[in-house]
Design a protein around this ligand. Structure first.
Ligand SMILES: NC(=O)c1ccc[n+]([C@@H]2O[C@H](COP(=O)([O-])OP(=O)(O)OC[C@H]3O[C@@H](n4cnc5c(N)ncnc54)[C@H](O)[C@@H]3O)[C@@H](O)[C@H]2O)c1
Length: 291
């Protein structure tokens, strides 16, 4: 795959400092050595996210994966603000807010107003049309899908998804930046769920239906797929890690955009999200994470 150069990119903004945004910013600052600014409209979430980032760095020092000097150097490259209007003018933005098309389109319109017209705007969406998000931006040719995997510091893959209007230059710079962040890339057409979630989410959803129908306990469903199919974790544990709200949002996109009933979200998944049981991030999902 041909790559262009991201050498001129020295700074990145990450919009949304949730579990994905924090991981993306950490890898950009630590591996690609970029200055990283986080933007999150929820001050409590921003504080929680930055606290988590600190913990990851401290753990890395304790495990000998980085020195104390490197830790302070990475920290010195990181800053945060609470709104797009306060953002620095940077060459590259990764948006990682909640999986909601209207929210993402609003953010891309605001980013276009605020930033120089040549800034590349990448979205970490799991399933939403890149072309639809890009059409809210002033220059859709500068918009691209850059789908990191969770947890970002550990998972090596980034799916790259050009939208209908994405330019070759935007694609080339994004591929190069992903490589500078130490990632391996694959490319997908701009279709709902791309490659990863077209395959992964129906599997997770079917596991939830298996639980809903009383076919097996959650523990037995997870153990079967862990020990029987050699997955590092079972589908219900994985759903808790991804976030049940994110899983539901992705299933809704697959269902509505592809129009096939095989993608209907499990009733139990909707019920858990309605209850606020979102998985690890809320302390409870299929399992309890409060202790
Ligand atoms: N969780 C996963 O495993 C995973 C994997 C790949 C991609 N993604 C995608 O990454 C994106 C984020 O997912 P996440 O799991 O990090 O979610 P999350 O709920 O942990 O974080 C979302 C963040 O967006 C912030 N936010 C909401 N509205 C905002 C606004 N107007 N301005 C600034 N910040 C705002 C929230 O405060 C929160 O911190 C979603 O599009 C999701 O589909 C998630």
């Amino acid at each position: 795959m041909t790559t262009g150069s991201a050498n001129s990119i020295k700074s990145m903004c990450v919009v949304g400092a949730g579990q994905m945004g924090i991981g993306i910013g950490l890898v950009a600052a630590r591996v690609a050595k970029l200055n990283v600014q986080f933007v999150d409209s929820n001050p409590a979430q921003l504080e929680k996210g930055l606290g988590f980032l600190d913990k990851l760095l401290v753990k890395d020092v304790a495990k000998g994966r980085c020195t104390e000097d490197e830790r302070s150097e990475v920290k010195s490259r990181i800053s945060s603000v609470s709104s797009i209007s306060e953002m620095n003018k940077v060459g590259f933005v990764v948006e990682a807010v909640s999986e909601n098309v209207e929210l993402k389109r609003k953010i891309f319109a605001e980013l276009s107003e605020k930033l120089p017209s040549d800034t590349i705007l990448a979205t970490n969406t799991s399933s939403i049309s890149i072309t639809k998000i890009a059409s809210a931006a002033r220059k859709p040719e500068n918009v691209i899908g850059m789908h990191f995997m969770n947890p970002v510091p550990v998972m090596r893959l980034v799916e790259i998804i050009p939208g209908l209007q994405t330019s070759k230059a935007t694609l080339a710079t994004t591929l190069d930046l992903a490589q500078k962040m130490g990632k391996v890339t694959t490319m997908s057409q701009d279709v709902p769920g791309f490659i990863a979630n077209r395959l992964l989410m129906p599997y997770i959803n079917e596991a939830i239906i298996t639980l809903q129908e009383g076919i097996a306990t959650k523990e037995d469903i997870d153990t079967t797929m862990k020990l029987g199919a050699n997955n590092p974790m079972g589908p219900l544990t994985l759903a808790d890690f991804i976030g049940l709200d994110t899983c539901l949002a992705i299933m809704k996109v697959l269902h509505s955009e592809l129009g096939d009933s095989k993608y209907r979200p499990a009733v139990l998944l909707q019920k858990y999200v309605d209850a606020g049981w979102l998985g690890v991030k809320s302390g409870r999902g299929f399992y309890d994470y409060t202790s």
